[in-house]
Design a protein around this ligand. Structure first.
Ligand SMILES: [Zn+2]
Length: 128
């Protein structure tokens, strides 16, 4: 069933949809674990023709978002380990590294999603 209703902002971000129309997919594959296609994005939204690359190096800014998202993922894991197992350096470092590797494709993609959702609402980018 298809509807013309625009999905909510949070739902569109979760589903990695276009920030302008919230219908077109931001990434070519839905599965982030296909690492060869991890950063494959169409140049424009197939629904509303919004550019996903409004300027050269547009996604460099997503690196800062990636750092914040990584911290947001790792701090709760650190605190849970601290709460249940106390401070044990080696198991904690191993767990945090493994969890970071596990969450990397999601962190990478959602960093791009957050970055484009922060920047596209500006009128100058909407025209591109
Ligand atoms: Zn669109």
């Amino acid at each position: 069933m298809t509807t013309n209703k625009k999905s909510s902002l949070a739902s569109a971000m979760w589903k990695m949809k276009c920030p302008n129309c919230r219908k077109g997919d931001l990434f070519e594959t839905k599965n982030p674990w296909i690492l060869s296609k991890l950063d494959s994005m169409p140049p424009r939204c197939p629904v509303c023709n919004q550019s996903y690359f409004p300027e050269v190096g547009f996604y460099y800014g997503a690196m800062y978002i990636s750092y914040m998202v990584s911290i947001a993922v790792e701090v709760p894991i650190f605190l849970l380990m601290l709460l249940f197992f106390g401070f044990q350096m080696v198991p904690m470092v191993i767990t945090l590294c493994v969890s970071l590797i596990f969450f990397f494709p999601y962190i990478y993609r959602y960093s791009r999603v957050l970055w484009i959702y922060v920047t596209i609402p500006f009128e100058s980018y909407k025209k591109l």
